[in-house]
Write a protein that binds this ligand. Structure first.
Ligand code: DQA
Length: 141
């Protein structure tokens, strides 16, 4: 099984963002931990990140992996373009967030992707991603 991990807007700034919400890992460190965790379950991983909505749509449209783990960043809260794209996908998408989007500012409680993804894990920093890996690992069993 191969998973594509897609990180969206501002996630390239991890390590410099508010550590209380996002932890202390840089994106490179986070990806390394996810790769290690997935490898332990026999799952291959590929990683992409973009700050551009259209580029994220492109990655999803071209996806050849068996599943996608997506942290769309702030696009989560208003991108109907990403929502439409995911709704048309054959590959399952699991949404993740490092922070607890339901216990922060009001605007973060709006999640326009929620209805078109298979599952959402949030509020557990890197463990949100690990849980998404577990979700796909369980499907592959
Ligand atoms: C985030 C939560 C979003 O609200 C925020 O805009 C981000 C990161 C998270 O991983 O907690 O950039 O998706």
């Amino acid at each position: 099984m191969k998973l594509l991990i897609v990180n969206g807007v501002n996630l390239n700034m991890l390590g410099k963002r508010d550590s209380a919400h996002y932890g202390t890992f840089t994106l490179t460190q986070l990806n390394r931990e996810i790769r290690k965790y997935a490898r332990g379950k026999g799952i291959k991983t590929a990683f992409v990140q973009s700050n551009c909505e259209g580029r994220l749509v492109g990655y999803l449209q071209k996806c050849k992996a068996d599943g996608v783990i997506l942290n769309a960043g702030a696009y989560t809260h208003y991108s109907y373009a990403l929502r439409d794209c995911i709704a048309d996908m054959k590959v399952e998408v699991v949404e993740v967030h490092l922070s607890d989007i339901y216990n922060r500012e009001e605007f973060r409680k709006t999640d326009v992707l929620r209805d078109v993804v298979s599952k959402v894990y949030y509020g557990e920093k890197q463990y949100s991603y690990f849980k998404a890996v577990d979700y796909f690992a369980a499907k592959g069993e």
